[in-house]
Write a protein that binds this ligand. Sequence first.
Ligand SMILES: [Zn+2]
Ligand SMILES: [Zn+2]
Length: 208
Amino acid sequence: MARVRAITPRNRATVPRQRATMLHNRAARAAQVAQVAQVDHTQSPTLAGAVGHALTNGMFQCTRMDRHGKPTNTECGNTMKNEKHHIRSHLNKLHNPDSKYAKSQASFAKANELPQLRCDRPRLDGKGWCTRARSGQHSLVEHAHRDHEFRGKSDSLFTPWKDLSDKQRAYYLERIDLKKRYEQNGSVYNPEDETLRKRFEKEKFPDA
Ligand SMILES: [Zn+2]
Ligand SMILES: [Zn+2]
């Protein structure tokens, strides 16, 4: 939401203009959305039995209610290309209670009383060890992305620290050193570290 600016003599003239621009933008956006999201009644889903509708832009919008196929307040609403394999892989991933995805969810772990998964990585700020417990693999992966700036294949996250290779440990330790230098330097990256930071942003966790 845009913040409403107080009208002062200085900006009085510009406010109506801004408002007009805002309304224009809103109309343009609504037109854009309508264009993207219109239901195409002449087309049907390419996959028989898929719940949802074809859109005018060649996409299919899934309206399955939840991943167990039960109606809830939250509709799916995901869109994908209206092609059999795209729809099928979406249904398998999100709406099949036996899928790897469904079983990685916290709700599945809780319902089946699975033991919590514990993080076993050094904290990114260098202050000790992270032992956060999470229900379900998906939650632990989310935690690693957010709190350890982890990128790459998530399989490694379930490997204890002691079983990682030196290269894999360096992935974490180099980032911690970088953060430390950043703080010592008055919350600024020196040019060399700025380059390193950008490299880390793209670098994926090494396979071995
Ligand atoms: Zn769906
Ligand atoms: Zn952690």
